[in-house]
Every structure is written in structure tokens, then in C-alpha cells.
Design a protein around this ligand. Structure first.
Ligand code: MN
Length: 343
């Protein structure tokens, strides 16, 4: 978005509108933090604002201020469609391709006649609107939304609720401020969010220290079964449907597991394969250190994508076949993986 477009958008939002704000399917901390910050902002500006999530999102995000207002498109379909029918503006946050909301909701959005505003930080945005505010170098959509507020001259709207939501988005998408996308600007913004009322210690506790005993047991099982392939500087984990049932799997329980692969010395590429019996597929999360692009790897082989060092993907093969496919791919990437990261 250029300054002309910001001016235009400011004009468009200068009187009360009906607005819907949408995160991607299987929303994470950044997606929910961003949409709820937008919800608080737009409500404060006097707009009739709704948040519609394509589906349910993890329990560890339900304490976020405004979470009780979120509609779920799949389980509250009629209500959601009515809101979308009547909306004049739709904010799409933390994704850049309509397919990321799931088939049914995608069809509804494709029929939308109003104005989209897309705020994101993923690679290769599909520009379906002139109001595209995206920077793939920025750590999180929450930080993008802060920059959006700067451009809209709306920083003064940030209150404790908004600060809490944005802090949560930045915290989770930077792996607690440790990923290379974390910049001095990120820290300056986070400092300001704390000044505006975000309680950093309490947020950390709400996000990371509310585990169920079952989740810790599931993690233990995943760690125990982790396979390390030192010749490729790679490691992978698996979660089968049997493990899920033994440890009473709840949505969001495997969040962050994949990062443990990279915590092993000399491992630059880590993957987790999760059997999803409802969708009849294997969900894949990929992480890397250095220049080896898991975004490209996933695009090429596992119908996914994301960022250079963090991406998702899927496979319609069985768990065992998916792992075999993965292992067979490693020799051709060996040099990129090993040479991509030198400390
Ligand atoms: Mn994000």
C-alpha cells in the first residue's frame, strides 16, 4: 500500500462501517493476536466489527481479550454467512491466499462484492485488492498491524487489550524473540506495547505455561521417537493417530514440537509429521536454520509453503510412505542444508 492508498482507506473508514476480520484456518497466536487487535481498533473507531475464524483455534489462545466474540465459520455457519453477506469491508490477516481459509469459506469470500484489506507477512502474496499491506521480512502480522496503525495515524488507539493481542502475536511468531526476523524495531514495538499495558510475564504464562499433563506426555512420546539423521543435519518427529488417542490429543497440542528438532546440536533442518485422521492426510511442519528454504522445499514436494525458515505442508500418502518420501529427498538437499548454516 502506498501513501495514496492509506489516505483513501482512511477516508473510507472515516464513518461507521460493517467490517469482518478473518484469520487463516487453524489460526495460531499471530493470526488470533492480529485479528483481535484489529477487532479492538475497529470497534473503538466506531465500526460494527465481527471476527470470523474459519474453524476453532487452540485453547491456549482463548484467554485473549475479545476471544469470546469470535465466530467460527464451520460450526456457526449461518450466523457467519449472514455477517459476511452484510459486510462492506473484510480484513484478511496473517495469510495471503484465499485458499488458506478452507473450501467452503473461500467460496463465500470469492463472492464478496465489498473491499478486502489484506495484512500479512508471508511469501508471494496474491494481490486480490489494492489494499495489500505485506512485508515478508517482518516477523509477524502483529508487527505489520503495528506499522499499519502508524500509517493510519492510529497508534493512539492502542490500549491494554490491543497491546496484549499484538504482544501475543509477536511473541509467538518470533519463537519468544529468538528467530532471526526479530529486529531492533520489533523490540522497540514490544517495549511500547508493555508501556501500553501488555503484561509480558503474564502473557508468557498464559501462552506457554498452561499445558495439560497429557500434552507433556505426548511431547515426551514425540521426543522419544525423534529420528536424527546427522549425515543430512536433519531430524524428524512423528505423531501417529495411535499416539494422539493414547495421550488424549487436543487441538494445538503439537504446537511448537517441531522446534525441538532444531535444538539439537548441528541440526539445521527439522520436520514433524502428524497424522490427521479427520482430514485423511499427514500434516507437516518444517523448520530450518540458515539459508536452506523450507518454504521452497515444501512447495516443491509437500503442497505447502510459508517462510524461509518455517513452513507447513501436507501429504496424502500414509505416514510411513510420507517419511520414506522425505528421507529419499534428503540427499539432493544435503549440501544446501549443511552449508546453509554456519555459526
Ligand atoms: Mn504470522
Amino acid at each position: 500500500m502506498n501513501s495514496e492508498q492509506f489516505k483513501e482507506l482512511k477516508d473510507l473508514l472515516s464513518h461507521p462501517r460493517r467490517i469482518v476480520v478473518i484469520p487463516h484456518k487453524n489460526a495460531d497466536g499471530d493470526a488470533m493476536g492480529s485479528v483481535l487487535a484489529a477487532y479492538h481498533l475497529l470497534t473503538k473507531m466506531g465500526h460494527n466489527t465481527s471476527v470470523i475464524s474459519p474453524n476453532d483455534y487452540p485453547e491456549f489462545l482463548k484467554w485473549l481479550p475479545g476471544s469470546d466474540k469470535v465466530l467460527k465459520f464451520d460450526s456457526q455457519n449461518i450466523q457467519s454467512k449472514r455477517k459476511l453477506d452484510r459486510a462492506e469491508f473484510i480484513f484478511l490477516m496473517d495469510f495471503n491466499d484465499l485458499s488458506r481459509v478452507g473450501d467452503d469459506m473461500q467460496k463465500t469470500l470469492e463472492a464478496f462484492k465489498g473491499t478486502f484489506i489484506m495484512i500479512d507477512h508471508h511469501i508471494d502474496p496474491k494481490p486480490l485488492t489494492p489494499f495489500l499491506f505485506s512485508d515478508t521480512k517482518v516477523c509477524s502480522t502483529a508487527q505489520m498491524f503495528y506499522h499499519f496503525l502508524e500509517k493510519m495515524d492510529a497508534i493512539h488507539f492502542i490500549d491494554e487489550n490491543m497491546a496484549t493481542c499484538l504482544y501475543t502475536g509477536i511473541l509467538t511468531d518470533t519463537g519468544s524473540f529468538r528467530f532471526p526476523t526479530t529486529t531492533p524495531t520489533t523490540h522497540r514495538i514490544v517495549a511500547e506495547l508493555i508501556e501500553k499495558g501488555a503484561n509480558n510475564s503474564e502473557i508468557y504464562d498464559q501462552v506457554f505455561d498452561q499445558n495439560s499433563y497429557h500434552r507433556m506426555q505426548l511431547m515426551g512420546s514425540a521426543l522419544e521417537k525423534m529420528v536424527v539423521l546427522p549425515e543430512f543435519a536433519a531430524a524428524y518427529m512423528t505423531i501417529s493417530k495411535e499416539q494422539k488417542s493414547i495421550f488424549n490429543f487436543q487441538k494445538g497440542d503439537t504446537e511448537g514440537f517441531v522446534n525441538y528438532t532444531l535444538s539439537i546440536k548441528n541440526i539445521n533442518f527439522g520436520v514433524i509429521f502428524i497424522e490427521d485422521e479427520d482430514q485423511d492426510m499427514i500434516r507437516i511442519s518444517l523448520r530450518s536454520k540458515g539459508s536452506f528454504s523450507v518454504n521452497q522445499f515444501s512447495r516443491n514436494h509437500f503442497e505447502g509453503g510459508g517462510h524461509n525458515n518455517a513452513a507447513g505442508g501436507k501429504s496424502k500418502l500414509s505416514l510411513q510412505e510420507t517419511i520414506e518420501k522425505f528421507i529419499n529427498l534428503l540427499p539432493q538437499y544435503k549440501n544446501q542444508i549443511i552449508d546453509g548454516y554456519k555459526f
